[in-house]
Structures are given as structure tokens and as C-alpha cells.
Design a protein around this ligand. Sequence first.
Ligand SMILES: C[S@@+](CC[C@H](N)C(=O)[O-])C[C@H]1O[C@@H](n2cnc3c(N)ncnc32)[C@H](O)[C@@H]1O
Length: 249
Amino acid sequence: MENAAVLINGNESNNVFSKLRKPTPKFQYANVLKTDFIKVNDKNEMDGLALLKNIYQGVVSGCFFDPQYRGIMDKMNYGNEGKTRQVERSELNQMSDETIISFVNEIDRVLVPSGHLFLWIDKFHLCEGTNHWFNYTKLSVVDLITWDKGKIGMGYRTRRKSEYLLILQKEPKRAKGVWTNHSIPDTWTEKITDKIHTHQKPIGLQTALIEAISAKGDYIIDPCAGSYSVLDACKLIERNFIGCDLKTI
Ligand SMILES: C[S@@+](CC[C@H](N)C(=O)[O-])C[C@H]1O[C@@H](n2cnc3c(N)ncnc32)[C@H](O)[C@@H]1O
């Protein structure tokens, strides 16, 4: 039987300004993972969906999901992609919409009530919408952060310098008491200096967000971890990490 989160405060409120704080229950490893095959606070080489299916229901405070989708590459239709440029990127496994929806449904299941999903998207998904990914979940969009990478990329018209982090929250939706740092700006500039993965995300931003939505010892997950930037962030602030990638670098 699934291990559902036990809510410590009794009263429910859907008001985002509610003063009610529901502390994340403290889970032991054995109550989070259904198997001891998956290592906590370490790298796991496996499929992200399989990892998610091995996590109990309602035990994780936050999830970072950085899907490997074609998005901007299909839109821009670069003829020489994979030949003379973007070789590293085009060798990574690409995800279909159907796969992304399966991941999102599992993430929704494992999050605690009022837990957060941080979803990295490109500008085309931002403009054309991702709502169909969340149709069968208790997740809704609560905020957006623009990451200014501090370096210029490609583009036929403007040249890309930013990526977007969509912030979703599982029901009940509330900010007060659940999101504890109100000084994070919605445009974040951070240059990656020690790049080991083509899609590596900024550790400073991810650390600030984890700290804002969780307490020491809480579980944070990343089912497509790449360079394991989220693991590094968790180590800095004493959160437990569960994550994997198809390939370990
Ligand atoms: C956009 S990158 C993630 C980068 C990461 N956020 C970082 O900071 O380094 C996506 C990663 O998903 C991995 N991936 C693709 N399909 C996967 C799957 N089914 N399960 C686990 N990882 C997968 C790819 O190997 C790639 O490393």
C-alpha cells in the first residue's frame, strides 16, 4: 500500500495567503523508496520514469524536471544540426510529449501536498503553452523565472541568452509559510563556469529555490539529472536527493 503524506495541521485552505503552514513530514529512506536498488544522495544510471515509480506517494517536497525535448531545434529547423553543430545535444535521448506527460503524472503523485515542480522550458513552450502536460494532475502554474545565462547563443532573429523555469505547485496552492524566501528575483543572472553537460542549469538559482520550499532533511528529486546540478545544490543545504539519468557523466 502507498505511503501517503500525513498532514500535521488539520485544517485545509486553498487560499494562497493562508497562514496555515503544513510542515513536510519527516520521512525515513525506507518510507520514500520502494527499493534499496536506488541510491539516495548519489547518481543513479537508469530511466527517470522507473525511478519515479519506485518512490512512494506524497513524500517529496520539490522536483526539478528538465526534459530532453526537441522544442526549439524543430522550430528553427537548423539543417546542419547534428552534423556540424549541436552534435552533443542531438546525441541525447529526445522525449515525446507523451513521455513528458507520463513523467509529470508521476511527479504529481510523489510530491507532498503544496509541493513544487520546477520545470525548465524554452521560449517556444513558454509562448505556445504547456498546459496539456498537466491536464490530469493537481499541479498548476504559480510563477516563472527567466534565467539570463550571461552568454549569447544561436538564433535566426534574436540570439538566445535565456531559459525559463516554470514553477508549479500541487494542491492546496498557497505561498505563505510554504515559500519562505521572498527575495528571489524573477530574472536571475548566473553564468555557468564549470560546464560539464550541454544543458547544465545554474546551481545558485536551484539552491535558492530548494531552500525556499523545503527544510533540512527533506527530499528533492531530479529524474533527468544530467550534470547532477540539483544533487550539488542539495549537498550545499543538507537536503536529501534522489535522481538519475540514462547516462552518467
Ligand atoms: C536537459 S538535460 C538535464 C540537464 C540538467 N538539468 C543539468 O543541470 O545538468 C536532460 C537529460 O535527460 C536525460 N534523459 C533523457 N531521457 C531520459 C529518461 N527517460 N530518463 C532519465 N534521463 C533521461 C538526458 O540524458 C539528459 O542528460
